[in-house]
Design a binder for this molecule. Structure first.
Ligand code: ARG
Length: 458
């Protein structure tokens, strides 16, 4: 007999059991469900809603059920639909009819919202820790590459040289905003919905704040309809997670490019690459590719959740059972990706010489020639045109700016003197970008110091 079987005259169709059950995935919430029940039953006793003896028996029973589930000794069934009713049934099997008092003043609707929040609260902490570890790896590479110059790109065309450290620090900034967003969302997750009942509250003299306190929540989700019916905290998480995986995906793409023979800027450690079953020479950046690919499923979960919630009337609707798998999968996807990226970045071999060679064999110092002419009072637009001509000449002659003689330079502008060679040197080009957040070495060092201070505070 079902826990709710009283008003039914027939057993449920087996296909309905199978179709509506969530136990196959919400068993992941077992420990949180029991944690919530322990707090609830304790409050019921303290508020004299059930006796202390009954509460003690129920608590003991719940702990046994928790152990059995953990050890894989408990039978979780589709007939009992979800984790909430499975736990209640197991409890009643364990302690008898008194177990039936646990659900006093509570509904699965506030219970499931609570479990989701407990699960997400813990996951947020883990994900922020993993983001910090990744930032530390990126900063380790930044510190080791304060003199490594590579071409910076726009349109994937070499644009202006930058320090590899600067490039690494760009990702540190992105991930630090991601961590900030996730940390900020914590305060909206960290509210207890328990006590909202099915939708309207409860007739029992419960103490919502007591339960919230004992579960370390900052407070309650006040409005009972809101508490059981909104999943905005899930959407917010999926949205923040989408940004994390989007950033990871861009970094992945760069790693894939950089480890190609065409770029040959980095080599990922063997431990983080895989081979080909057919081509013996292959070493593939599979982890980076897979993370890039997994952005699809995370965005999918975000759109899926938004779509599920759209147009739902208040309060709880069964549609909302669809809130779980996407959230679980997103948490696992992020944990997996971040957990791999931190060591993969830390162990990556940066091919400084190849990067430098790429800078030496391009025109990424052309802006500096124009800026030099501007320094001699030529209007920037005219300087731009002159340098365009110089570059065209070089392309025709198969030369780079630094290969030109002073005479050749003078052929384009009399304003160019011997000091141009020092100006056009790639390191000088980098260090000339000496503004806040620029790629000059001292400015990149500032960024590192600043990021270290932020990370230490967390
Ligand atoms: N398994 C359900 C879910 O995950 C629990 C809440 C069900 N409540 C209800 N009244 N059917 O959403």
């Amino acid at each position: 007999m079902k826990l709710w079987g009283g008003r039914f005259t027939k057993p449920t169709n087996e296909l309905v059991d199978e179709y509506t059950a969530s136990i196959s995935f919400d068993q992941k919430l077992a420990q949180y469900d029991i944690q919530g029940s322990l707090a609830h039953v304790d409050m019921l006793a303290k508020c004299d809603i059930i006796s202390k003896e009954d509460a003690a028996e129920i608590s003991k029973g719940l702990q046994t059920v928790a152990q059995k589930i953990k050890a894989g000794e408990a039978e979780l069934t589709e007939a009992n639909e979800d984790i909430h009713m499975n736990v209640e049934k197991l409890l009643i099997d364990e302690v008898g009819a008194v177990g039936g008092k646990l659900h006093t003043g509570r509904s699965r609707n506030d219970q499931v919202a609570l479990d989701m929040r407990l699960y997400l609260r813990e996951s947020l902490v883990t994900i922020v820790e993993l983001l910090t570890a990744l930032q530390e790896s990126l900063m380790k590479q930044a510190k080791a590459n304060l003199d490594t110059v590579l071409p910076g790109y726009t349109h994937l065309q070499r644009a202006q040289p930058v320090l590899f450290a600067h490039h690494m620090m760009a990702y540190v900034s992105m991930f630090s905003r991601d961590a900030e967003r996730l940390t900020d969302s914590f305060k909206r997750v960290n509210r207890s919905p328990l006590g909202a009942g099915a939708l309207a509250g409860t007739t029992f003299p419960i103490d919502r704040m007591m339960v919230a306190d004992s579960l370390n929540f900052d407070g309650v989700v006040e409005n009972s309809l809101d508490a059981v019916s909104d999943r905005d905290f899930v959407v917010e998480f999926l949205s923040n997670a989408s940004l994390v995986i989007m950033h990871l995906s861009r970094l992945s793409e760069e790693l894939v490019q950089w480890s190609s023979a065409e770029f040959n800027f980095v080599e990922l450690d063997d431990a983080f690459c895989t081979g080909s079953s057919m081509m013996p020479q292959k070493k593939n950046p599979d982890v980076a590719e897979l993370v890039r690919g997994k952005s699809g499923r995370v965005y999918g979960h975000l759109i899926g959740m938004l779509t599920t919630l759209k147009g739902l009337p208040l309060a709880y609707n069964k549609d909302m059972q669809e809130d779980k798998e996407g959230m679980f999968d997103t948490v696992e996807t992020l944990k997996g990706a971040l957990g791999l990226f931190a060591p993969m970045i830390a162990t990556m071999d940066v091919k400084k010489d190849n990067m430098y060679e790429a800078v030496a064999k391009d025109f990424s110092n052309a802006t500096d020639l124009a800026d030099y002419l501007v320094g001699k009072d030529l209007p920037f637009r005219e300087a731009h045109a002159v340098v365009g001509q110089v570059v065209l000449h070089c392309i025709n002659e198969n030369k780079y700016l630094l290969n030109l003689t002073l005479e050749e330079f003078k052929g384009f502008s009399d304003l160019i003197d011997e000091d141009i060679y020092a100006v056009l040197d790639p390191k000088a080009v980098v260090n000339a970008r000496n503004v806040i957040g620029g790629t000059a070495k001292n400015r990149v060092e500032d960024q590192i110091t600043h990021s270290e201070t932020i990370l230490e505070k967390e």
